[in-house]
Design a protein around this ligand. Structure first.
Ligand code: GAR
Length: 186
């Protein structure tokens, strides 16, 4: 049984999809810990509902990224984590975490990378007039939404409503993340 860590900053629909897939045996894995950098984020309540241990921290209470990432590494080591899944974790991973876990960290992003990196990928793509949107899952390195691509799925959309793109993308995200994790932990 592989041990997963999921990192999230917000709503946690991807976290929930992964936790559910583990609970239902779709993934032969266990979410051992959910790491969250936003005290009060909705994902925390979701983790509690699934009985998943949480490590919640406020970056402002640390002297810098190295200090809180050292805490995260301790948690990951203690849970013997095989794969770290970033799921709406809106921070660039730093050296301390990469030194310990590079090659075991993946991220999901709501665009066809390398187009539209960053926190407003969907809004930026809509503003650009994009007609083919998509979801990317990639290995994590020190660059924002950088790292080699593992999986992508595109979908057409001709309108100009970012909320609709988010809605269409989310359905793909939940399925594609599970399929990809399944292949990686085989
Ligand atoms: C997801 O759409 C994910 O692709 C995006 O954050 C959302 C989190 O939603 N990630 C990024 O933009 C990373 N650059 P969720 O909290 O409902 O899973």
């Amino acid at each position: 049984m592989k041990q997963l860590a999921v990192f999230a900053s917000g709503t946690g629909t991807n976290f929930e999809a992964i936790a559910k897939a583990c609970a239902e045996g779709v993934l032969e894995a266990r979410v051992a810990v959910m790491v969250c950098d936003k005290p009060g984020a909705a994902v925390i309540e979701k983790a509690q509902r699934y009985g998943v241990k949480t490590f919640v921290f406020n970056p402002k209470e640390y002297s810098g990224k190295a200090e809180y990432e050292a805490e995260i590494v301790k948690v990951l080591d203690s849970e013997k984590i095989d794969l770290v899944c970033l799921a709406g974790y809106m921070r660039i991973v730093g050296d301390v975490l990469l030194d310990a876990y590079e090659g075991k960290i993946i991220n999901i992003h709501p665009s066809l990378l390398p187009s539209f990196k960053g926190a407003h990928a969907v809004e930026d793509a809509v503003a650009y007039g994009v007609k083919v949107y998509g979801i990317t899952i990639h290995w994590v390195n020190s660059e924002l939404d950088g790292g080699k691509i593992i999986a992508q799925e595109a979908f057409p959309y001709e309108g100009d409503d970012p909320a609709e793109v988010h809605r269409l993308g989310q359905k793909i995200e939940h399925r594609l993340y599970i399929e990809t994790i399944k292949k990686l932990i085989k």
